[in-house]
Design a protein around this ligand. Structure first.
Ligand SMILES: Cc1cc2nc3c(=O)[nH]c(=O)nc-3n(C[C@H](O)[C@H](O)[C@H](O)COP(=O)(O)OP(=O)(O)OC[C@H]3O[C@@H](n4cnc5c(N)ncnc54)[C@H](O)[C@@H]3O)c2cc1C
Length: 409
């Protein structure tokens, strides 16, 4: 391990593992510092939208994920209350037709995704230290990182520090990056299950059924990542020893086919809930430091964009570094692009939350009206299509108030 590496990456999650792989392959001396000893299921993103798959392909890491058993979903079926399941299937979105050369959405366990990327980073020559504690970053032309590893206090002075340490980033806090946060709208809970072979492996779904928004993302071999949104009035709905069983029982609804089989599936991880709120950092850079992935602010998980956002961050930042311009100003295009990208996705997240994750009778009526409007004019669904195609390839006006009013007004 060099004491003056080119780059220190803090966090060996998706952002850190992918960035270290790409930079080390490009010939840079990279040190990755990770707090945990092993990656565990913390209920994180396991569905990668087609536009994230395109980013993975451009980064040269898609083959690794395929070799590690990544599973594609090719249809998104809008099962929801008030719509016959057969009719829902006729309205399915073809995920394989969203972007050229992209087979669909990619589904894979989050700990496995991190392990695969960390192994690739090491194979490419990056050094990875796990079990790193009490990390402190000092900004500057030659930033300093101090940390404890194996009981010893150590210090390194890289050319650049990348904060890839996820939600509640210590690096972001220490370098004074100011995060703004939306009010919490609902809770999103998740659980990984096994034994869900009855669910068709190529189909995913997201829709409102009674007092919950239900999501199913199959991962192949009978595994599926399930998520569920519920209102703030029921904060303890999935707390205590019965949490997983209560969570699964919510999938037993007539408007969701195979709901019975999902309700009978075996929990294969923890059942946790998170406030949905979007959080963003307008300036994810400081002297000698740049933030990527959730450390730079996270989108509302309701629309499942975090992995794709993260891989685009990694691509944009790695292009700057491998291009050889390490001045702070070189990150300005990344900062600008990310600000607008997150603004658009924040709009999409708020819209989908208002549409799908409010559970009063008034909200139900508004939802029915909105689906009727989309049936009459499918362009009204474009802010939602951004979830699959990515926010950058669509016209800016669909992320403005007018689009909201036409759909939900
Ligand atoms: C409930 C929920 C559902 C979601 N669903 C989806 C989805 O379906 N699709 C999608 O694309 N996204 C989803 N996301 C978002 C997605 O999980 C994240 O955007 C993505 O994991 C971000 O990757 P990251 O590498 O930035 O952070 P993480 O994956 O959180 O990795 C951060 C790493 O940094 C390490 N670390 C933290 N602090 C330190 C420290 N001080 N020192 C050293 N290391 C540290 C951590 O141990 C971890 O390994 C969801 C998120 C939630 C909460």
């Amino acid at each position: 391990m060099s004491e003056e590496p080119d780059v220190v990456v803090v966090g060996a999650g998706v952002a850190g593992g992918a960035l270290a792989t790409v930079l080390a392959r490009g010939g840079l001396d990279v040190l990755v510092l990770e707090k945990s000893l092993v990656h565990r299921d913390r209920v994180r993103g396991e569905f990668m939208a087609p536009w994230g798959v395109a980013e993975a392909s451009q980064l040269g890491i898609l083959d690794l994920l395929a070799a590690a058993g990544a599973h594609y979903t090719v249809r998104s079926v809008p099962y929801r209350e008030g719509l016959d399941p057969e009719a829902a299937r006729t309205r399915a979105f073809d995920l394989g037709a969203m972007l050229p050369g992209v087979a669909g959405a990619l589904n894979m366990g989050h700990p496995r995704l991190c392990e695969v990327l960390d192994a690739a980073a090491q194979a490419a020559g990056a050094a990875l230290l796990r079990g790193v504690l009490d990390l402190a970053v000092e900004v500057g032309e030659r930033p300093q990182v101090t940390f404890t590893h194996d009981g010893r206090r150590r210090e390194v002075a890289p050319r650049l520090v990348v904060g890839a340490d996820g939600r509640g980033s210590a690096v972001a806090r220490q370098v004074g990056a100011r995060a703004e946060t939306d009010p919490v709208h609902h809770i999103m809970a998740g659980l990984l299950v096994e034994g869900a072979e009855a669910w068709p492996e190529g189909d995913q779904t997201m829709g409102t059924h009674g007092e919950a928004t239900l999501y199913v993302f199959p991962q192949g071999g009978g595994r599926a990542r399930l998520y569920l949104n519920h209102g703030l009035g029921e904060r303890r709905r999935f707390a205590g020893p019965e949490a997983a069983q209560n969570f699964l029982a919510a999938f037993r609804v007539p408007s969701l086919p195979h709901g019975e089989a999902l309700a009978a599936a075996r929990p294969a991880g923890p059942c946790h809930g998170y406030p949905n709120a979007d959080s963003w950092v307008d300036v994810p850079v400081a002297p000698g430091v740049v933030l990527v992935g959730d450390a730079a602010g996270h989108n509302d998980p309701t629309i499942g964009q975090g992995l794709s956002i993260t891989l685009r961050d990694v691509r944009l930042v790695s292009e700057v570094l491998l291009g050889g311009d390490w001045e702070r100003g070189a990150f300005a295009p990344y900062v600008e692009e990310r600000r607008e990208r997150m603004r658009r996705l924040r709009f999409a997240g708020r819209l989908v939350s208002a549409l799908n994750a409010e559970f009063t009778e008034e909200a139900r009526q508004r939802r029915l009206r909105a689906w009727g409007r989309i049936a009459a004019d499918p362009t009204m669904a474009l802010p939602m299509v951004a979830m699959w195609k990515g926010p950058h390839g669509l016209p800016p006006h669909i992320f403005e108030q007018g689009a909201w009013d036409r759909l939900l007004g």
